[in-house]
Write a new protein. Structure first.
Length: 587
């Protein structure tokens, strides 16, 4: 047992070092910088930090009222206008509560969970093949994925909690699925689904349900099928219970699908099959060498069976099922093949029967189940090919050396494809920059500020300005997400907000806020929301601040004059101004 723990620790250190190397220099600035690998890193990681910090802050106070979050004030249940990221909370909260640094907690969540998932992929393949070399190929296949470390997960770090997938596949493939294993499997399915209720939950529940139906069709596996069906049903009920507040919010907002920056485009180009499955924003953006060795091993297995040589294909069948089902559920309504576009009839019926499906903007994210399945298949394929090469005739030491060398060589070749896009489809994207891009979040949004201390002690409904009257869509999410991130350090009710959707009143309130410091806008906001404080960005630190340069000068001029009867300047520093909203009639 001790040796197993030691080996697992060595594997963990290996993948931890690999993840840090692939994202260097992020690990060197883990407490102060965030990934800047795509434009969405200007706002989505700030949302992830806020949503996890809000839950940590609320629970640490002994309260369970996470629903009435401090954003979108005075809207109730404001928390449920965006993803809850519940599955990431156990990894984020301890670091955040100990240090008070959301950037540090977020980076450790991202790097740590990517490492942990690679470790579980490796150990599952090792358990199936008894080969660490095969586990290495599987783990590197998982990590050499553009979606994971560059394109999507860095923008939404709570999505990095994928470590339960390999364990779920391993348990569901076990021929000895007893009551204890079934309970453990249920717990893992629920934990994995809580990573993201829209994309990850279906990606984990649906393959288990398909496997249950396959088992039920055979008499000798019917007992296992019933247990998996129970897991599916109970996990589905648990997910539905977690989803209830979201459903209530949707019921109060009949036009919710239009209350967002990111509307579903019905004219979106169809997915080009097969290479579109490996697009740079797809979880299947893996090196083509991994797919090539899977294909080669598949040919060997078919040839063996044709010659009458049996092989244990349980692991293969299960990994293939997760890869296949993961791809099937991730397909959009329209696909193209050979230059011809097709509407998938089963999805057309599903959209008609369950209109909520149409609100799933990016179904390719559900391909995460296929990513884990393909990573496992790559490890199994490596083991199959090396066994076919006749290494059994070599001495054990030579056998290990040859397998280890082959695994390392294959991983280096896959890294070259990952890094330089060599031999990859056009949809995969170009070569990466020389270093992993990051930005100093503590320079843009400083944690220590006398202004925030005054606001924290005074308390009351607050709006952060200036806001642009007209600007490209990403400018507003970045400003509102920055205001949310800054609110972590004062936790006052905030009129600003960003999430998957917004409340119906939000645009009208933000239109008023964009007109500040106009006296009528001050009066309107005070009447509508009880506005008590206006927090002004006095320096241009956000990239989107270029759109509000003139408005910022108006506020700076007002600060130089000490305010006016309805707006009293009560605190200032080089970054922020804080105005208290006064009742003119009281004077």
């Amino acid at each position: 047992m001790l040796r197993r723990v030691q080996r697992a620790a060595v594997v963990g250190l290996l993948y931890g070092g690999l993840v840090c190397w692939l994202t260097w220099p992020l690990a060197a600035h883990v407490a102060s910088e965030l990934p800047a690998a795509s434009p969405a890193t200007a706002y989505d990681p700030l949302y992830s930090a806020w949503v996890l910090a809000w839950q940590s802050h609320t629970l640490a106070r002994g309260s369970f009222d996470i629903a009435n979050a401090n954003i979108f004030y005075p809207e109730r249940d404001a928390f449920f206008y965006g993803p809850g990221a519940f599955g990431a909370l156990p990894y984020f909260a301890p670091v955040y509560l100990l240090t008070g640094n959301p950037a540090l907690a977020l980076n450790l969540l991202f790097l740590g969970c990517a490492t942990l998932t690679a470790v579980t992929v490796h150990l599952v393949v090792r358990a199936w093949t008894n080969l660490h070399a095969a586990g290495l190929v599987a783990g590197v296949t998982f990590l050499a994925n553009r979606w994971l470390l560059w394109m999507f997960v860095p923008t939404t770090p709570h999505f990095s909690v994928l470590c339960y997938f390999p364990l779920i596949i391993f348990l569901s493939a076990s021929p000895m699925l007893g009551i204890g294993s079934t309970v453990l499997l249920l717990a893992l399915v629920v934990l994995q689904g809580m990573t993201d209720l829209v994309y990850v939950a279906p990606a984990v529940v649906i393959p288990v349900a398909v496997l249950a139906l396959i088992y039920l069709a055979r008499v000798h596996t019917r007992a296992r099928g019933l247990r998996l069906l129970a897991v599916t049903a109970l996990a589905g009920l648990a997910m539905l219970a977690i989803q209830r507040p979201y459903l209530f919010v949707a019921a109060r907002n009949p036009g919710l699908q239009e209350q967002t920056y990111w509307r579903v485009d019905p004219s979106k180009s169809p997915l080009d099959l097969p290479w579109g499955l490996m697009g740079f924003m797809s979880p299947l953006a893996v090196p083509s060498l991994a797919l090539l060795i899977i294909l080669g091993a598949g040919v060997l297995i078919i040839a063996r069976r044709w010659r009458g040589t049996t092989t244990d294909g349980v692991a293969w069948r299960h990994a293939m099922l997760w890869a296949g089902v993961g791809i099937a559920i991730s397909l959009p309504l329209r696909v193209s093949w050979g230059g011809h576009a097709y509407t998938l009839p089963h999805l057309a019926l599903a959209h008609r029967w369950v209109p909520l499906i149409a609100s799933v903007r990016l179904p390719e994210r559900m391909r995460v189940a296929a990513l884990v399945g393909v990573a496992l298949l790559a490890g199994l394929a490596f083991a199959e090919i090396t066994r076919h090469l006749g290494l059994a005739d070599c001495r054990i030491a030579w056998r290990r050396l040859l397998r280890g060398g082959a695994a390392v060589a294959l991983c280096v070749a896959m890294y070259a494809q990952y890094r330089y896009a060599i031999g990859q489809p056009q949809a995969y994207g170009p070569a990466f920059p020389a270093t992993y891009p990051t930005y100093r979040v503590d320079e843009i949004i400083r944690r220590e500020s006398a202004v925030l201390r005054v606001l924290r002690e005074s308390g009351g409904p607050t709006v952060e300005v200036p806001l642009p009257r007209r600007a490209p869509v990403p400018a507003l999410p970045s400003m509102h997400a920055a205001a949310m991130y800054r609110s972590i350090f004062h936790w006052q009710p905030l009129l600003n907000g960003y999430g998957s959707y917004w409340p119906a009143r939000f645009p009208a309130l933000m239109e008023m806020a964009a007109r500040l410091p106009d006296p009528q806008a001050v009066r309107d906001l005070r009447r509508e929301t009880g506005l008590a404080f206006i927090l002004v960005r006095a320096s241009s630190r956000l990239p989107a601040d270029a759109y509000v340069a003139k408005d910022r000068e108006i506020w700076l001029d007002l600060a130089r004059r000490g305010g006016r009867p309805d707006l009293e300047l009560i605190a200032s520093d080089e970054d922020l101004l804080l105005f208290a909203v006064k009742d003119e009639s009281a004077g």
